[in-house]
Every structure is written in C-alpha cells, then in structure tokens.
Design a protein around this ligand. Structure first.
Ligand code: OGA
Ligand code: NI
Length: 265
C-alpha cells in the first residue's frame, strides 16, 4: 500500500513534459490529466489525476501506464491484483448481509467479467483553499471503491445527515465507498455515499481510488428478492456504460444522478 502510494507521488512530482507523454485521451479518460471536462464557466476542481484500467483484460494496456518511476508498472499491477481479490471478498460479505447467496452481487456484476480501474488523485497545495474544492461533491458511479487515502493529509469528507464530516485516515486502512450500482442492486438498502475532497494551503495530498464495477453492458436493476410491497423497485435498469455516459455529460452533481434513475411512483 505504501509503495503504491509513493510511486504515484513520485510520478506526480515528475516534470510536466514527462507527465504530458501520458496525456489523457478525451474519449476514454485514460492517462494523465486534469479533472473531467464539464461545461464552460464551471468552477474547476483543484486536482490532477491519472486513470487506468485493470479489467477487463482487453482494456488493460501497459503502454498507457507510466514507465516512470521504474518500479511503477510492476507495483501498480500487483496492487490491482490484490485489490480485485479483496473487492471480491467484500462483495460476498455485502451479498450475505442482504440475505442473498454469497455470489449474488458478483454474478449480477457479470461474474468474471467485472471491470476494475484506478484513478489516482493528486491535490497540489492550494493558495486559497476556501475558493475551491479538490473534488466536487459526487457519489462513485460504479460498484464499490477501495480508497487508499494519503497517510498524512486529511481531505476526504462524507455527507451524513446534511453535514460534511472529515474522514481521518488510519494507517494501512482502506476507506470503502459503496457506489451507485450497489445502491441500485440492493434496492437502496445500501446507499452510495456522497463525498468530496477539500484542499489544503500547506500540504499536497495523494489518494488512490480503485473502482470495482459491473461488466459495462449488462442491465443493472434491483435484486428481485429485495423488491417487496414495503420496498418497491424505484430504479429503471440501465447498463453501466449508459450510466457512465450520462454522468460524464452532466459532471459531478452530488447524488442527483442515482436519484434521477428513480421512476415516478
Ligand atoms: C474519487 C474520490 C477521494 C479522495 O476519486 O472518486 O472520491 O480522497 N477520491 O481523493
Ligand atoms: Ni469518489
């Protein structure tokens, strides 16, 4: 975990020319760049990021991963392998907690054909931290996020009962966020968490967000077992591809995306 965070810190400290060699593709967002484009005139987030795919294997492309620092690809690869296994174990626990068979969620995600990707965030020092955010309020669109925060610098805030609560990083612990797809599959028994990142005037911050997602082209809707007269199914099934497109067009807007999937009752 420490090695993974530190190779990325080194990458973001490289001169701009070297990082620009991995400039992100506007279509797939893979590579190095600044925040996803939103409409003109919007307040931009104070962060750089690097986005890459682990799964499905057809999207995994080492050429799009940094070659510097020298150990980067090897460390990132091992990190991803371990996190896919950890996420698979958590999926079983979440399924059992819902009263479903332990493989329910994994199967609903497409079994072996799940998606996994990494977004590394780099939040530089910000001279006027009260004027912007590191990352605007959003819920993660995918299944589940394993977040490795900076060990020294807090920044992540989660919304609870209308208040923003700053999450204290604990050494060698992941923060696990439920994403919108698990909210939908669980018929909102699990709620995706609304969160944002604040910036800091004296310290930079690095975080690794590992996203564990359903296969992108299967419809995701509430588990039949969880739809009851007292808890009817509010969500119109949608594939993760469709959902992601919808979010990228609109930009981050709290939890409004998943809420808007609710069909009128
Ligand atoms: C994200 C995210 C939080 C953080 O990348 O989706 O919420 O602490 N990151 O950087
Ligand atoms: Ni997030």
């Amino acid at each position: 975990m420490d090695q993974a965070r530190e190779v990325w810190r080194e990458f973001f400290h490289l001169p701009m020319e070297l990082k620009q060699a991995y400039a992100n593709s506007p279509k797939t967002y893979e590579g190095y760049g600044s925040r996803l484009g939103v409409e003109k005139g919007a307040i931009l987030d104070w962060s750089d990021y690097y986005f890459l795919h682990y799964l499905p294997l057809c999207l995994k492309d080492y050429n799009k991963w940094p070659a510097l620092p020298a150990s980067c690809r090897e460390v990132i690869n091992e990190y991803g392998k371990q996190l896919v296994m950890l996420a698979g174990r958590l999926m079983k626990i979440l399924s059992v907690n819902l009263g479903l068979g332990e493989d329910y969620l994994q199967n609903a995600f497409g079994g072996e054909d799940i998606g996994a990707c990494l977004r590394v965030n780099f939040y530089p020092k910000c001279p006027q931290p009260d004027l912007t955010l590191g990352l605007s309020s959003h819920s993660d669109p995918g299944g589940m996020t394993l977040l490795l925060p900076d060990n020294h610098v807090p920044g992540l805030q989660v919304r609870k009962d209308g208040n923003w609560i700053t999450v204290k990083p604990a050494p060698h612990a992941f923060i696990v966020n439920i994403g919108d797809q698990i909210q939908i599959l669980s018929n909102a028994i699990y709620k995706s968490v609304e969160h944002r990142v604040i910036v800091n005037s004296s310290k930079e911050r690095v975080s690794l967000a590992f996203f564990y997602n359903p296969k992108s082209d299967i419809p995701i809707g509430p588990a039949k077992e969880l739809v009851t007269p007292g808890n009817p199914a509010p969500y119109t099934p949608m594939t993760f591809d469709q959902y992601r497109l919808f979010i990228r067009t609109m930009g981050p807007q709290g939890k409004s995306h998943v809420d808007s999937l609710m069909s009128p009752r």
